[in-house]
Design a protein around this ligand. Sequence first.
Ligand SMILES: Cc1cc2nc3c(=O)[nH]c(=O)nc-3n(C[C@H](O)[C@H](O)[C@H](O)COP(=O)(O)OP(=O)(O)OC[C@H]3O[C@@H](n4cnc5c(N)ncnc54)[C@H](O)[C@@H]3O)c2cc1C
Length: 546
Amino acid sequence: MADSEQTQHPPDVAPILDYDAVIVGAGMSGLYQLHRLRELGLRVRVFEAGSSVGGTWYWNRYPGARFDSESYSYGYSFSKELLEEWDWSEHFAGQPETLRYLNLVADKFALRRDIQFRSRVTAATYEEDNRSWDVALEDGSRFRTRFLITAIGPLSAPTLPRIDGINSFRGQSFHTARWPHEPVDLRGKRIAVIGTGATGVQTIQTIAKDVGHLTVFQRTPNWCAPLHNSKIDRATQKKIKAGYPEMFRRCQETFACFVHTPDNRGTFEVSDEEREAFFEKLYAEPGFGIWQGNFRDILTDRTANAFISDFVARKIRQRVKDPNVAEKLIPQNHGFGTRRVPLETRYYEVYNQDNVELVDITKTPIERITPTGIKTSNVEYQFDVIIYATGFDAVTGSFDRIDFRGVDGVRLKDRWKNGPQTYLGVLVDGFPNMMMLMGPHTALGNIPRSIEYNVDWVTGLLRFCREQNLTRVEATGAGVTSWTEHVKALGVGLLSNEVNSWMTGYNSNIDGKQTRIVARYSGSAPAYRATCDEAAAKGYHELALD
Ligand SMILES: Cc1cc2nc3c(=O)[nH]c(=O)nc-3n(C[C@H](O)[C@H](O)[C@H](O)COP(=O)(O)OP(=O)(O)OC[C@H]3O[C@@H](n4cnc5c(N)ncnc54)[C@H](O)[C@@H]3O)c2cc1C
């Protein structure tokens, strides 16, 4: 369960100390940013902790890892040739396929030669004298760069639960986001899965049929909905390719960049029959439609939310045979869609299997991990393998793990101790020449669509700096206050902001993260882009440029 892979330098990399830009991370964001900055003719270096490209899709190799976004809406849109060349085999592709895709991207655009793998950035210090960043790696090597671009991922810092004895277990144990590269044989074994978020759900439904016995330790059940995945046949493939421009245009127009977008109608503007029929239709359709394409008020109006929650609860009761187990699987502390909705494939039916047991750890808490298993308040279980599907220190977690020091040595972590403060989710005052991709306060949703926009915006800013001979770019205090207040105001009235989840920066396993913060931009993606476009069109007038 090593958090990073050992830092080693490829022999062909000369210790050049000056780059125009350093990008941290070689996931979807870092790869595309490298490609775009090369086009500007900048000298760029990417530092990546892993041993290859792919980010999320490199690290998350757990059984059943796959998209909840439609595959073709997730891929990059910037290269027609790439779109033509790549065939997604399923409507919601699995992790191995996505990793192959990102490797193809890296090869096709010859990106690897500027990426240094097994290179975890541990610190970055701004030096006013030369207007540059001093970037330090885990192995002690240091590099100086004019611009520092973080592409370190909103969900890339895994967290283990705080349970006594976790290191005493003598069997195998894995965090899902640090799953080994070699196959793990779970057949016939006694397996524990701790956690029932999106990752836990995918893992559980995938392994349940093969393992000897599966015990699921659940603290918070989530409202899951069917994925309805299927293979893409040849005729559909042709249609998808011909429809790419239209599909990407649609993703630009929808609220969260998905192919789905909220229905204009309110829950109570239709008859009971119509409402039920609409919910049934959404439940039978593939993907996030039931979350992202539902009535416009289900995520803001408590009564509306209760209707869709009740609908999904009825589905769970129909699908799970044992009524006691069904009740355990129905969330009580939050409404449908107010946490990230896991999409599932026969997840609920798993609990009808004789070899599967669900343990509600709010009733019988885990007391400790023992050398041979897990002890709850009333049972001592024996396991061969423990799987921690306990998620991430989301959004700000990957930032907290780097010692960023801005002007006068101010630490970013201190600056953000009461929640992130940003300008457009890209810049922070006091941290000149540092830009964030998919950092806090940006539009997430169907993330690659936001990544492409974010990267293009940052590229535009760096082009502007080049053209204007600028060597120092900084957000102003006023700009940061105004954007941060705007982001907070957008979150008012959203039911999701009243719930503890990674989307509100809450993590019971991390010190100091038991207070909800506004970590995400929750307005519409088109509105976000309009604001950023305007800032660029006005010559970045809200930035201090020199
Ligand atoms: C299991 C799972 C399923 C998902 N499914 C979807 C989906 O269906 N649709 C969707 O839109 N989004 C999904 N996401 C979100 C996903 O993270 C984004 O879609 C996208 O991959 C983010 O890309 P990124 O490059 O910004 O970050 P990442 O892919 O997280 O890449 C960040 C990279 O930075 C590296 N890094 C971090 N810190 C350092 C450091 N200090 N030094 C060096 N390198 C560092 C990491 O090793 C990593 O490779 C999913 C996430 C997970 C975990």
